[in-house]
Ligand binder design. Sequence first.
Ligand SMILES: Nc1ncnc2c1ncn2[C@@H]1O[C@H](COP(=O)(O)OP(=O)(O)OP(=O)(O)O)[C@@H](O)[C@H]1O
Ligand SMILES: [Mg+2]
Length: 230
Amino acid sequence: MFERKTYAHVFDQYTVTTLNKLESDGYIGQLFGALGSGKESYVFYSVDAQEREVAVKIHRHSIYSFKKIPEYLKLRGKSSGGFLKRIDDWMKYEFTLQTKAFSIGLKVSEPYRVYNNVMVMKFIGKDGLAAPLAVFSKGFAVDKWYNAIISDIIQMGKVGIIHGDLSAYNILDFNGEPYLIDFSQALKLSSSTKSFLLRDVNNINQWFLRLKYRDILSAEEVEARIGKSL
Ligand SMILES: Nc1ncnc2c1ncn2[C@@H]1O[C@H](COP(=O)(O)OP(=O)(O)OP(=O)(O)O)[C@@H](O)[C@H]1O
Ligand SMILES: [Mg+2]
């Protein structure tokens, strides 16, 4: 059990109860060293009851998220419920769109379970050692990576989703391949969210131009390859 005395200084009671449930259902074990702690979430390493290595992402119940949430939930097509419900919906949406990306065969962490403000997914790494973020990677095949990432964007677009926050900070270098993580700002593709698709492509293009890669596709070309009239 996750003792309140151990976690109370980090997590609220709602989160502790959620973690206890996930543990008793076998989705997580003890939480180990933080893999990341952004403004809105913590990510921990754990091993589940089947001995699978998992990453456990916990959305904070923070004021910061609360400010951003109404605008996002509007784009996501719903805005009802209280604060906790909105955070939980936010996490559920992330889980649903990441599951969609995984289901079409993209290299993303396989989502295993979402419950309240916690999501459990496959750990990208081995023996407790997480794959490095692309921004800290010691070197990857620039040409191969650009094409793989643009192809991911196009394939997601074809099934109607946008990652929404693509950058060298949300891509892991695992066995020399780019793995997309952090679908917390993912959206369904529509005329009102198209600008986020274009922003993702432009961010990736800027990054690869800095790496001296020149054979880039414009955002308009990517949109044309997705082939939806938006
Ligand atoms: N499946 C995973 N396997 C290994 N490491 C992971 C995994 N998911 C996340 N991480 C690590 O945790 C860090 C934070 O994860 P993520 O980017 O999803 O959260 P965040 O940036 O804090 O999210 P948010 O934008 O919601 O605040 C990542 O930079 C990465 O190092
Ligand atoms: Mg991130």
